[in-house]
Design a protein around this ligand. Structure first.
Ligand code: CP3
Length: 341
């Protein structure tokens, strides 16, 4: 059965512009909070294929979005590579053990992409339970973004430790990035084999780098991942999303299908640069979800700009935990209604 989301990824004509939301499975949904209370721990939720499948499908049932995204985290893979992970209240993800030198990189487990089989079991179960016309997006973090957590140990404002590596020990950093990239390619390939219809690479911290370093340490690795996946699975769309790099768009290119546009980057500016060479995904400012009026204004403006062009509706970053579900539903319905052809 054809999937509107997949068609839009390849720039085919669709009855309306498909829509989904980054972080659409999460804390703003009461049914998510219910399971979280029962299981108790976020990581345990991601390690249970039945729970993964149920949570992944929740926003599809509730909001009728056109794509589901695997419920997991970008940090499960580095965790399986040998860095114990915990989520600390008020801080977020924390690695107590971090990467400091050559021997830390050498100690990383190159069998992680096989050990993480709970994700593949989850993907199989989701694909079995998800409606045929809905796409399932598998994902990973970008090697750069994943490595920032592996080196810094937690989310950071300055990225002092990893940026010091960029300039003072680039060889070591490339060695780490190579290893993470290899695992990521295998991880995404296994997700596709298990039933993922598309894959997305999240590069949340690409914007921490100056232009030439962004291409050297982040984009080049994302491109490598995309190229490998496209060579083996030309029919599986590849979505790349780097946050905070709108001003570098002039030099962005590669073998991928969809480019995520963050909310800081005016989408008319992105369209001017890329025209219809890629499908653009995004990019309503997520905070607009607190007001229906603001949603209407945001959606109308984006729809007007993207009319007649390759587009997938989304937010320009993840949905916040206290957004009213009713407003999320209003956003999804409006995107479809306003773009119906
Ligand atoms: O989009 C989806 O619904 C799919 C699942 C998904 C999650 N995390 C679930 C999650 C995806 C694609 C991610 C990606 C992710 N995780 C990124 C890249 C995208 C981005 O937002 O920039 C990053 C940087 C992470 C690391 C991470 N995981 C952070 C910073 C946090 C937030 C910590 C907090 O308390 O706010 C997480 C936790 C996380 N990942 C939650 C969910 C639903 C919240 C867990 C909970 O408290 O229930």
């Amino acid at each position: 059965m054809s999937k509107i989301f997949i068609d839009a990824c390849f720039g085919k004509e669709t009855p309306y512009t498909p829509v989904w939301m980054m972080r659409q499975a999460g804390r703003y949904l009461p049914e998510y909070m219910e399971i979280r209370k029962k299981v108790g721990n976020f990581l345990d939720m991601t390690r249970n294929p039945e729970v993964v499948a149920e949570i992944t499908i929740q926003p599809v049932k509730r909001l009728d979005v056109d794509a589901a995204i695997l419920f997991s985290d970008i940090l499960n893979l580095p965790m399986e590579m040998g860095l114990p992970l915990r989520f600390e209240k008020g801080v977020g993800p924390v690695f107590d053990k971090t990467i400091n030198d050559e021997k830390d990189v050498e100690a990383l487990d190159e069998n992680a992409s096989e050990k993480i089989s709970y994700v593949y079991e989850g993907v199989k179960l989701i694909r079995k339970n998800l409606a045929d016309d809905k796409a399932l997006i598998g994902f990973s973090g970008s090697p750069w973004t994943v490595s920032t957590y592996m080196v810094e140990g937690r989310g950071s404002k300055q990225y002092a430790k990893i940026k010091k590596m960029v300039y003072a020990n680039p060889k070591l950093l490339h060695k780490l990035l190579d290893k993470v990239t290899n695992q990521t390619i295998k991880y995404l390939t296994n997700q596709i084999k298990a039933g993922a219809d598309a894959i997305m690479v999240f590069d949340s911290w690409g914007g921490a780098l100056e232009k030439e370093k962004f291409f050297e340490f982040s984009w080049n690795y994302m491109k490598q991942i995309a190229k490998d996946i496209k060579a083996n699975y030309p029919n599986v769309p590849v979505i790349l999303f780097s946050k905070g790099v709108g001003l570098y768009f002039n030099d962005i290119e590669g073998e991928f299908d969809v480019l995520g546009v963050d909310w800081n980057t005016p989408i008319d500016y992105a369209l001017e640069i890329f025209e219809d060479n890629y499908t653009l995904q995004g990019n309503m400012e997520p905070t607009r979800l607190y007001s229906k009026e603001a949603i209407k204004e945001g959606v109308t403006k984006i729809a007007k700009t993207m009319k007649g062009h390759r587009h997938i509706f989304n937010l320009g970053h993840g949905i916040l935990p206290d957004v009213p579900v009713e407003n999320a539903k209003y956003f999804v319905d409006l995107c479809k209604e306003i773009t119906r052809r």
